[in-house]
Design a protein around this ligand. Sequence first.
Ligand code: SAM
Length: 331
Amino acid sequence: MKTLIDPFNRKITYLRVSVTDHCNYRCYYCRDEDHQTNTVRNEVSSYEEIAKIVRLFSELGITKVRLTGGEPLLRKDILKLTKMLGEIPNITDIPISTNAHLLAPMAAKLKKSGINRVNISIDSLQQDVFKKITRGGDLNKVIKGIDAAIKVGMSPIKINMVVIKGVNDNEIEDMIDFAINKGIDIRFIETMPIGSAGIDTSNNHYSEADILKRVIDYLPNKLINVKADQTSGPAKSYLIDNTNTSVGTISAVSNNFCKSCNRVRLTSRGRLILCLGQENSVSLLDAVRGGMSDEDIKKLIIKAINNKPERHYFDTNIYNIENAQMVEIGG
Ligand code: SAM
């Protein structure tokens, strides 16, 4: 099997695939209030097209494919896609990122189709705050989704909380207790200045240092350093002594982890995005629909990886991604 190595000697093994830019939530740090998803059906990659692109990536060394969105569980017959991806040689890991609103009735089937790992976004345990952040989301449904994932034996289950100063930062300890009680992992995410929604929310940025201080104060002498592995990605994590829970932070702003970046992103419209914080992209869907041969598409992918930016510049220049919508990129 080949290996994709970018000019900064990073091995690219991970593809995040957004299957839709529709979402049933409108988290205010993720998309503008008036943002509409107007995608014409034909503009979105079909499952056959996604599977073809993933197969070509797998032949170049990609082993992990995360399904994201928008909200991936909104896409019709998503189990058909998970099955197709599961049959691609060398793809050994297919986790999913979801808001879990629709997860409860689907968890068993997803597990059966080979989805073992799930990341669930949950930014508050208080009904009113949750509703405000998600602009109308239903906390009870999300908790039912988490419980269903636990019940069917998905593992690991990670809950992700974007910490926003003055909005939900008072819930860090409650969220840790929630994760411990459920026996699942928790990650605290710093807001990223992507798109005007993300840039606005970053005025209420809550830093990794502040998050970690709170975690350490709450769990003195209970945090066991966990060595980063293939599945932990950019998260720094600690096992909480005598529990089945790890707690971690994802801090793209305070702690630039671009040096170890191993991923690229495919949007639902088939654009390959080389860096979350830069505009560089190329349309793989156009290549597929234009009838390009497999070998030429692989050459196009290799050429794109050769243009993968060294890093984002969230700290000094966010304006190149001012017009982005995270809901379209997939996080
Ligand atoms: N709907 C799915 C979900 O809720 O997880 C997948 C898509 S969502 C865009 C993926 C992740 O991006 C979520 O964890 C979300 O919290 C995160 N995200 C979106 N905008 C963000 C921002 N401005 N800063 C930090 N994280 C953000």
